[in-house]
Design a protein around this ligand. Structure first.
Ligand SMILES: Nc1ncnc2c1ncn2[C@@H]1O[C@H](COP(=O)(O)OP(=O)(O)OP(=O)(O)O)[C@@H](O)[C@H]1O
Length: 271
């Protein structure tokens, strides 16, 4: 992974050891006059787990929303697995990609949101098989086989025939994780996935994610306020402030020896 910003101190990570799966190049995102991301550059190598930390409003979720094409950048380009996501630069101009192209590239990405967003009228099994059948074209049997394996991974085999309303929030979130993985994405985006949970349910969900991080080769980009979790799973941590990466590095470096005063302030408030 590497990061840099043309307006901030360049921060390069030496651990660039794989192909870049996610590439942000000079990405600027504005909402009206609010510059939320400011000329942002960073890469995530295949198989790495990268956590975004920083104060509320610093632009972390916007990065995940850009990757999901829920919002589009005003400037700059984003590549996933070597393909431009929404725009490419031609002769110095941003040229939009076709919707079809964006949709294809997006298939590499799965996301788990703060709210679980399960289909309330479908049982657990069908929540997981729906997209693989209708988007990937898997047979019902193949999709169900995949769903059963994933339900075992997230520890919910015995709940396969329940509706979401019959599950706890933590169990629903574990279904949402299984549902995202059922599409076999190369990248898993996690957006504060435990924030909506009662405190006693948080550990179960984080344990499942730790397990996935340690036993699969999926690339993860994670926004979290759970610093111990970030420390456990991350290869790299990016500290955001006002839409820029102000510091990046291994969890040991960021959590034990932060260089930037804003990082120290942020960590002393959350740790
Ligand atoms: N759809 C939108 N329309 C207008 N402003 C938006 C929109 N989405 C985000 N913003 C603004 O962009 C800024 C960054 O928001 P973002 O959610 O990316 O921050 P964040 O770092 O994830 O914060 P938090 O930790 O609180 O979730 C905020 O000022 C927010 O109000």
């Amino acid at each position: 992974m590497s990061t840099e910003s043309s307006t901030s101190k360049e921060t390069k990570n030496p651990a660039v050891d794989g192909s870049e799966l996610i590439e942000f190049k000079d990405v600027t995102k504005r909402f009206g006059s609010n510059v939320v991301l400011d000329n942002l550059c960073f890469d995530v190598s295949s198989g790495k787990h990268v956590t975004l930390i920083g104060p509320s409003g610093s632009g972390k979720t916007t990065i995940l929303r850009l990757l999901m094409t829920l919002v589009k950048p005003e400037e700059g380009t984003i590549k996933v697995a070597g393909e431009y996501l929404t725009h490419e630069t031609k002769n110095g101009k941003l040229v939009p990609a076709s919707e079809r192209h964006s949709r294809e590239v997006r298939k590499n990405i799965g996301m788990v949101f703060q709210q679980f967003n399960l289909f309330p009228n479908m049982k657990v099994l069908r929540n997981i098989t729906e997209a693989p059948v209708h988007v990937l074209g898997l047979s019902k049997d193949e999709a169900e086989q995949r769903a059963r394996e994933l339900l075992e991974l997230v520890g919910l085999t015995e709940h396969i025939d329940k509706y979401p309303s019959q599950l706890s929030g933590g169990q629903q979130q574990r279904v949402a994780i299984a549902r995202a993985l059922a599409m076999r994405p190369q990248v898993l985006l996690l957006d504060e996935v435990t924030s909506a949970l009662d405190p006693e349910l948080v550990a179960g969900v984080l344990d499942v994610l730790r397990d996935i991080a340690h036993t699969t080769d999926i690339t993860m980009l994670c926004v979290t306020h759970e610093m111990n979790f970030a420390r456990d799973i991350s290869d790299d941590v990016l500290m955001f402030d006002e839409g820029r990466v102000i510091e990046s590095g291994s969890p040991e470096k960021i959590f034990s020896e932060p260089e930037h005063e804003r990082t120290r302030e942020f960590l002393s408030a959350v740790l």
